[in-house]
Design a protein around this ligand. Structure first.
Ligand code: PEP
Ligand code: MG
Length: 901
């Protein structure tokens, strides 16, 4: 028999904190907190497996769930000494979602379940607070109507407003019991009219309805969107947590809050959070009322605060990570409602990992594992350029709000999530401005550069979601009056008005909003980053190089920790002179002259013009990489990429070269190929035109000799692209060595160099043992290898690949195979290629230089198959360094686990 329900309460729990996949994060946290003796209200969790069953069986529940639910309700009644629906002292429960990965606010919650016309009287008499009891009742009817039955929120809100007007009060807290009573009646009538049946009085019927709504919300549009944006896949579904209600809204001796064991923005070790007196949990998250800081709670209720502080310490020690907790204080008594690993900014991620390692709470290796590739990407949040005139900056202030997520962002103002998506699709940068955000807005929030809300605190929906994404966010800018209809906003203090489409700049670190588009710059590395990356470097085995074609890129990559160049695409130098851009045309002409040349002599003459350019470029790169290996690839793309295709440009070229335009046009026509990616490209060019290879090798070796003479340490590796056969490669490596050795001999220096190849074709991988006999190194060109193995064009497949990744469509791949290596198929060729290659050349040096060299999962695979290095674009070098280290730590962990078993 499958166990669908797990109980917790009175210090014991059937579930375990480790069982997040089965119990969801919330359920696992409640079980664990119960076990370690924290004050948690009793309850039970219906597993994620039940949700999975529900969807796999036409939205039907397993047959034995009914009995298990009944048994657990009975158990809960026993532990709480209260009964559901009891007219004297009723048990009330909350019904909440909770999946294995946190999806803040994306799924449904129902509070105060168990109330009906009889039990509400019991609640009133037990609490001696009729007003509170009927307020709870109307909240329940309201939530049940909208969440379970899908009735209009607006219609109910309208009735609430009308009632307040009738009674003559402004604030909810001023509504008397009679007002709430009246409203419950109206709500129920509305329910009957719309649903065609009476509002359910039976608590068990209410409970089933709520369970169905929570499971249903797993597939709601907003939840599906959130999972897509957050790349959350492979979960069974949501669990349902049914927990005894505790009340934060019984009066001023009660309240509710959300807190973090450390500051989620900066990572500092301070107790951080928001508290709302006389409120229910949802009020904090919804951001409707602006809460106060925890320090206020310390003043208001020192005893409860001290208890909470102790819980903070216990939980952090227990989980060894920063926790995000929800709590309620009912008449001075503290209850913990949730704990989970807290979302944090990338700066905080590094600081917390570093501090926890220094506090010996975790090891250095665990600290390295804590960092995600996105943390590195998001670490370098832009900030407003400090060189921007301070006085002008002051003048541009529109308003101030709460600094929810740091960094700066600039974009055009839009006032709805739908518009944000629409505008972003058209390539516009937008700032999403809302009074408050709700989970429906996630799509628009995801595409916005930054988010600004007029209400809410640091734990409001907008803040929590934006923080998880590392997206600049300011909340609680309360002086802003937003006019959704008129598509404009006016700030009460500055008096300024901003309309849709006008630029805005947010400084999320300060909480300041500026009009206009201000200049943004990316900051320096923080200290914690440098230390943790050093720890990563200490453990990794893989070397990390970079793909760079210019001395500037090479220098940038060194700053990011690159240990050499794994791919320098020489053809990029044919187009642009990176040092003297005004000289670019000269190079382009030389290569074009080479291509249209009628015979070898003419080609050599043209190549002689290119030689000094290439030599100068290589000198720059060797100098930037002093002491590190530099892999330079010989010409790769088909020649038609270098010649003009329109008549006017062809005529211009013909004129400059002093040849008839027909000659140019004919040559261009000759170069046309139906399928150039599989055409005359890569090393096939050097077989046809050995003089190109000779010029390039000459430029490389002459540059190396010059650097060597001026005491720059050069380690050139000459790489021949796209080979498919040992004999083909042999011809080219022989030619390369002939030119190189002759130059080195004449120069009278000792200059070691390597000649190797790229493995970019399945045939080359399959025959790697033969190819390794002539190649001193392999570099897997996985862009082409993916293209040729899968038969998918790297330039065009992007149009339909999303269907292959979308779980709702085909879901053939987990990710785009051009971004994350297809380890199953392409990976099999890589493994085979390395093994076979090293069978004939045991010391064969092996690396990767396709885009995958900067993708964390792919880098881990490269480690596993025994590569020597990966090569990534400069900005992705830190991601590769980290992933290479994580691969080692994960390997060690797995080995340890294996031993234990
Ligand atoms: C590759 O094919 O993986 C590669 C690095 O070469 P390019 O992208 O220049 O074809
Ligand atoms: Mg290639």
């Amino acid at each position: 028999m499958t166990k669908w329900v797990y109980f917790f309460g009175a210090g014991k729990a059937e579930g375990d904190g480790e069982w997040r996949d089965l119990l969801g994060g919330k359920g696992a946290g409640l079980a664990e907190m119960t076990k370690i003796g924290l004050p948690v209200p009793a309850g039970f969790t219906i597993t994620t497996e039940t949700c999975d069953y529900f969807y796999k069986n036409g939205k039907k529940y397993p047959s034995d769930l009914t009995k298990q639910l009944k048994d657990n309700v009975a158990k809960l009644e026993k532990v709480t000494k209260k009964k559901l629906g009891d007219p004297k002292n009723p048990l009330l429960v909350s019904v909440r979602s909770g999946s294995a990965r946190s999806m803040p606010g994306m799924m449904e919650t129902i509070l105060n379940l168990g109330l009906n016309d009889k039990s509400v009287a019991g609640l009133a008499s037990v609490t001696k607070n009729e007003r509170f009891a009927y307020d709870a009742y109307r909240r329940f009817v309201q939530m049940y109507s909208t969440v379970v039955m899908g009735l209009s929120k607006e219609d109910l809100e309208h009735r609430l407003r009308a009632m307040k007007e009738r009674v003559g009060v402004k604030l909810d807290t001023d509504v008397p019991a009679s007002g709430w009573k009246e409203l419950v009646g109206e709500y129920k009538e509305y329910f009957k009219e719309k649903a065609g049946k009476e509002f359910p009085d039976d608590p068990m019927e209410q409970l089933w309805g709520a369970i169905g709504a929570v499971f249903g919300s797993w597939m709601a549009e907003k939840a599906v969107t959130y999972r897509r944006v957050e790349k959350i896949t492979g979960l069974l579904g949501t669990a349902v947590n049914v927990v005894q209600m505790v009340f934060g809204n019984t009066g001023d001796n009660s309240g509710t809050g959300v807190c973090f064991t450390r500051d989620p923005s900066t990572g500092e070790k301070i107790f951080y959070g928001d508290y709302l007196t006389n409120a229910q949990g949802e009020d904090v998250v919804a951001g409707i009322r602006t809460p106060v800081h925890l320090t206020e709670l310390k003043k208001l209720m020192p005893k409860a605060y001290n208890q909470l502080e102790k819980v903070r310490v216990t939980l952090e020690k227990h989980y060894k990570d920063m926790q995000d907790m929800e709590f309620t204080i009912e008449e001075g008594t503290l209850y913990m409602l949730q704990t989970r690993t807290g979302k944090r900014t990338p700066t905080a991620t590094f600081k917390i990992a570093l501090d926890m390692a220094n506090e010996k709470l975790i090891t250095k290796e665990e600290a390295v594992l804590r960092i995600k590739p996105e943390d590195i990407e998001r670490l370098f949040y832009p900030v407003i350029d400090s060189k921007f005139d301070k006085k002008k900056l002051q003048e541009k202030i529109l308003t101030h709000g709460i600094d929810a997520v740091p960094g700066a962002a600039a974009g055009k103002v839009v006032f709805s999530a739908a518009e944000a998506e629409e505008w972003a699709k058209n390539g516009e940068k937008v700032i999403l401005v809302r009074r408050e955000t709700s989970p429906e807005d996630v799509g628009g929030m995801a595409v916005a550069q930054g988010i600004l809300t007029a209400t809410g605190g640091k734990t409001s929906h907008a803040a929590v979601v934006a923080r998880g994404w590392g997206k600049c966010c300011i909340v609680g800018a309360e002086t802003l009056a937003i006019d959704y209809k008129g598509k404009s906003m006016k700030d009460g203090k500055s008096g300024k008005t901003v309309k849709e489409g006008e630029w805005l700049t947010l400084d999320g670190s300060e909480g300041t909003v500026y009009t206009d588009q201000l200049p943004l710059v990316t900051p320096e590395f923080p200290k914690a980053y440098t230390t943790i990356m050093k720890w990563a470097d200490d453990v990794r085995r893989l070397r990390v190089r970079t793909n760079a074609d210019t001395p500037q890129d090479a220098r940038k990559a060194i700053e990011f920790g690159a240990e050499g160049i794994g791919l320098c695409r020489t053809e990029h130098m044919f187009f642009t002179d990176f040092e003297f851009p005004e000289k670019s045309a000269e190079r382009q002409r030389a290569i074009q002259e080479m291509i249209v040349a009628e015979d070898k002599d003419a080609r050599v003459k043209a190549l002689d013009k290119l030689l000094p350019f290439q030599r100068r470029d290589f000198i720059g790169i060797f100098k930037a990489m002093d002491g590190f290996p530099v892999t330079i690839r010989l010409i790769d793309p088909p020649l038609h990429e270098f010649v003009p295709h329109d008549h006017a440009k062809q005529a211009e070229l013909a004129k400059e070269l002093g040849i008839p335009v027909e000659t140019v046009a004919r040559r261009v026509e000759q170069l046309h190929e139906a399928n150039p990616m599989l055409g005359h490209r890569g090393c096939r060019l050097s077989i046809t035109y050995p003089e190109i290879l000779e010029m390039q090798v000459r430029a490389i070796i002459e540059a190396a000799i010059e650097c060597h003479k001026s005491k720059v340490k050069v380690l050139p590796e000459i790489m021949i692209p796209l080979t498919l056969d040992k004999k083909e490669l042999g011809i080219l490596t022989d030619a390369t060595r002939r030119v190189a050795d002759d130059l080195i001999k004449k120069a009278g220096v000792k200059l070691p160099y390597l000649v190797g190849t790229m493995i970019e074709l399945p045939r080359a991988a399959l025959l790697a043992n033969e190819i390794a006999e002539v190649a001193e190194f392999f570099s897997f060109g996985t862009n082409d290898l993916t293209q040729t193995t899968m038969g998918l064009s790297r330039d065009d497949a992007g149009r339909f690949l999303p269907d292959y990744v979308d779980e709702k469509k085909a879901g053939v791949f987990h990710g785009d195979p051009f971004q994350t290596l297809d380890t199953k198929g392409v990976g099999m060729l890589i493994k085979w290629g390395i093994e076979r290659g090293r069978s004939t050349r045991p010391k064969l040096k092996v690396g990767i230089c396709g885009e995958h060299g900067g993708d964390a999962d792919s880098v881990k695979f490269c480690h596993q198959v025994g590569m020597d290095y990966v090569s990534a674009s400069p900005f992705r070098v830190p991601i590769s360094r980290l992933a290479a280290a994580q691969a080692v730590v994960e390997e060690k962990k797995a080995a340890k686990k294996g031993k234990k078993k």
